[in-house]
Design a protein around this ligand. Structure first.
Ligand code: CP3
Length: 331
């Protein structure tokens, strides 16, 4: 499998490509499937529909990996957090610290079934399992949804005691959650840290790295499945990210890929600005090729965007992007 070879830094004929939020609203086939369930979380729990959604990007775009269709907020429900997705408004979360409990994979067995079902529908294409990073999930919980300034999160973090209890519980639960996904057959796991860039750099070590290290080290003890860590706003945090015990860093467009890859023994994933997809075809091809030309071949590389695809993107341009990566031959 091309993706696994590249993550291991082995010789490959071309770079593998998959895209974050590759099964999403920009695809009419996804919107059609999505209409079959009233709310987003019910859709995520519907094994048959989630398997179909996961496989759409292989059928329509021919990508080199499938990320299972789910959401980073899914494992919070069995921990005792009430999660709601209101149409067009994003998530809302409600919880009581005293009632929080560790997740048991049997509560989210549907995620394991989605992985098994997706694998049955594939030949030679790896399946990526995932979870949210502890800080990002904690931020969603404390803010009660999305946020711009993270005022409550930072106060909660600096206050300390309750923060450390919730973060430890998240790490234990996420570990159980990812181990369950690996047992079900996930070939790679990716941890999404969408909000950690909002914490002061000096706090990252104490309030995030401590927990991430436990998560990543325990995963390594459990299996040899490659672990990818996605960090939004990676540029300013790169020095800290490089020290984490993961196989690959998934970075956004704030990173100088050439510099970052030359100085690291890790594989990299990324980092094209998704806004390139709003340009014309010629620009898309040009931007993809100029990124690929720069990639140092010292360690592994997986093409991806710096963040997810957006609902108003044009599926034909997304296909062109995938084809451009796949037709770029390596010597
Ligand atoms: O990448 C994939 O194709 C796999 C599926 C996936 C989804 N969300 C599907 C989804 C993955 C890996 C995620 C991760 C996720 N979810 C992140 C981390 C990556 C990032 O974007 O930074 C985050 C922060 C979330 C939380 C989340 N999920 C929000 C804030 C929202 C609402 C905003 C919106 O776009 O509506 C979601 C909903 C969501 N997750 C949708 C999809 C396809 C859209 C909802 C729908 O289809 O009705």
């Amino acid at each position: 499998m091309l993706l696994l070879k590249s993550l291991r830094g082995e010789k490959i004929p071309r770079f593998p490509v998959w895209l974050m939020r590759q099964a999403g609203r920009y695809m009419s086939q996804y919107r059609e499937l999505r209409n079959k369930e009233k709310d987003f979380l019910s859709f995520c729990k519907n094994v048959e529909l989630s398997i179909k959604a996961s496989l759409l990007p292989v059928e329509i775009l021919g990508v080199d990996a499938v990320i299972i269709f789910s959401d980073i907020l899914v494992p919070l429900e069995p921990m005792g957090v009430k999660v709601e997705f209101l149409e067009g408004e994003g998530p809302r979360l409600f919880w009581d610290g005293r009632a929080l409990k560790k997740l048991n994979f049997s509560q989210v067995e549907f995620v394991g079934e989605i992985i098994k079902g997706v694998k049955e529908g594939l030949k030679d294409v790896p399946v990526i399992g995932f979870c949210g990073a502890p800080f990002t999930l904690m931020a969603y919980m404390v803010e009660g949804g999305s946020s711009k300034e993270f005022k409550k999160t930072k106060g909660f973090m600096w206050k300390g005691e309750e923060y450390h209890r919730v973060m430890s519980l998240l790490v234990e639960s996420l570990l159980e959650y990812l181990k369950g996904q690996i047992r079900a057959g996930a070939d790679v796991v990716q941890v999404f840290d969408s909000w950690a860039m909002h914490m002061p750099y000096d706090d990252f070590e104490e309030y995030a790295t401590t927990y991430l290290k436990v998560l990543f080290e325990e995963l390594k003890k459990f299996s040899s499945v490659p672990v990818v860590y996605f960090f939004r706003g990676s540029g300013s945090f790169l020095r800290a990210l490089k020290r984490l015990p993961v196989d690959a860093l998934s970075v956004d467009w704030t990173v100088d890929m050439i510099g970052a890859m030359r100085e690291s023994s890790k594989a990299f994933q990324g980092n094209l600005d998704p806004a390139v997809l709003y340009s014309d075809e010629e620009t898309i091809v040009k931007k993809v090729r100029s990124l690929l030309r720069c990639i140092p071949r010292k360690t592994g590389y997986v093409f991806n965007l710096g963040h997810g695809l957006m609902p108003d993107m044009d599926v034909n341009k997304v296909r062109l992007l995938v084809e451009t990566v796949q037709s770029y031959e390596l010597s």
